[in-house]
Design a protein around this ligand. Structure first.
Ligand SMILES: Cc1cc2nc3c(=O)[nH]c(=O)nc-3n(C[C@H](O)[C@H](O)[C@H](O)COP(=O)(O)OP(=O)(O)OC[C@H]3O[C@@H](n4cnc5c(N)ncnc54)[C@H](O)[C@@H]3O)c2cc1C
Length: 353
């Protein structure tokens, strides 16, 4: 019987596995995909994740590949409305880094392999049952894995969550969102740019490498919403997606816990989702190792609810559909960005929450 089985090798599952291995607990980790992901969904890495990565010994590898975002700009109908330094805080840890999610996952998986744990690809959890001594997890194809504890880190459609009979509660946003992963003909400065068009449309541009950017929009066509002004060499990927703002009522039932998108989802505004999952994972590992798992659900539910609240306030201010709220929000940010003390405070709020 395994001590702990982690279902899902996204950033949450990999961080949980590496954190456990670093604490001397050898987990098993299964993944439905047959190989590593090459999707760069999340790009923003916040200081909290970097502190965790520091403890796990991978912060330098991440910093070596990541771009430090130096500035945030907001353009309102094509005119520069806010220009805010994000790299001016005297604390060098208060920085926003950008790295494609597949690279973050690759660095985590590499460090995990160095500790002797490899991801078991091609094993999809189909369900589970619990008894007094542990959990039996059914794998597609007929295999069964027994474990004392299971962590469901299997994303927004979590099979583990469904097997527990838990429902993520909240709302689904009605509109299609879109992303584009774009290689440019010329390098761009390391600044994140938000184009706000009219009362509702928006597109966020986040540099991932010197000549590669991510566009995310609350419209169905991020490239069209960005408009001209990008020297595009190649569009690597375009996709549409829907957003749920949801959270499970409890993060643990019996010997099965949830973490990451399996427990909570929200909009990409503020770039919190992956970072919250990484934080859940590190806390889960610590709680498992020091015998305090009983408090895991309440503690992480509170942190998740707080983060969803922050992300929702930012989304409603910037994209909420009321032109007035957008105007007031942008005006306040413009005023703050022109006063050095307020600008530093605003930058800290954006980076630290
Ligand atoms: C367009 C977009 C942009 C985003 N930008 C940001 C950002 O800038 N910053 C940020 O912090 N977040 C961002 N996010 C959110 C971020 O991508 C997610 O919060 C993050 O991927 C969650 O990680 P996770 O490991 O919990 O889940 P996932 O990344 O979904 O990983 C779950 C893993 O479980 C596997 N799996 C699923 N079902 C099973 C099963 N039955 N058995 C075994 N394995 C299974 C999946 O294959 C997957 O590998 C963005 C999301 C999107 C869509």
């Amino acid at each position: 019987m395994a001590d702990i089985l982690i279902v899902g090798a996204g950033p949450t599952g990999l961080t949980a596995a590496l954190s456990l291995a670093a604490l001397g607990i050898t987990p098993r980790i299964i993944e439905a995909r047959t190989n590593a992901s090459n999707l760069s969904r999340a790009v923003g890495l916040l200081p909290g994740s970097m502190t965790i990565f520091d403890h796990l010994g991978i912060a330098e590898r991440v910093r070596g590949e990541a771009v430090t975002i130096e500035e945030a700009r907001i353009l309102r109908d094509g005119h520069l409305a806010v220009d805010l330094r994000l790299d001016a805080d005297p604390d060098p840890n208060v920085r926003l880094l950008s790295l494609p999610q597949d690279r973050t996952e690759a660095i985590l998986a590499e460090a995990l392999a160095e500790r002797g744990v490899t991801v078991e690809y091609g094993k999809a959890c189909k369900g589970l049952i619990q008894d007094e001594s542990g959990v039996t997890v059914a794998i597609e194809g007929g295999e069964e894995i027994r474990a004392h504890e299971v962590l469901g880190a299997d994303g927004a459609k979590s099979a583990v969550r469904q097997a527990l009979g838990l429902k993520a509660e909240g709302i689904e946003l009605p509109e299609d969102w879109s992303i584009a992963d774009v290689e440019l003909a010329e390098p761009v400065p390391p600044a994140t740019t938000i184009h706000l068009n009219g009362a509702h449309d928006a597109v966020f541009m986040i540099p991932m490498e010197r000549s590669r950017v991510r566009l995310v929009s609350n419209t169905s066509d991020a490239l069209a919403t960005f408009g001209p002004g990008l020297a595009i060499a190649r569009v690597r990927r375009e996709a549409k997606f829907r957003i749920s703002v949801k959270q499970v009522p409890t993060y643990r039932v019996g010997h099965v816990a949830l973490a990451g998108d399996a427990a909570h989802t929200h909009s990409p505004v503020g770039g919190r989702g992956m970072n919250l999952g990484i934080d859940d994972a590190a806390h889960f590992a610590e709680a498992l190792s020091d015998g305090s798992l009983a408090g895991y659900s309440a503690a992480r539910h509170a942190v998740g609810a707080h983060t969803i609240g922050l992300s929702e306030r930012a989304r409603k201010t910037l994209l909420g559909g009321s032109g007035t709220r957008r105007t007031v929000g942008v005006t306040l940010m413009r005023l703050a960005s022109r006063n050095p003390a307020l600008a530093r405070k605003l930058a800290r709020t954006i980076i630290l929450g």
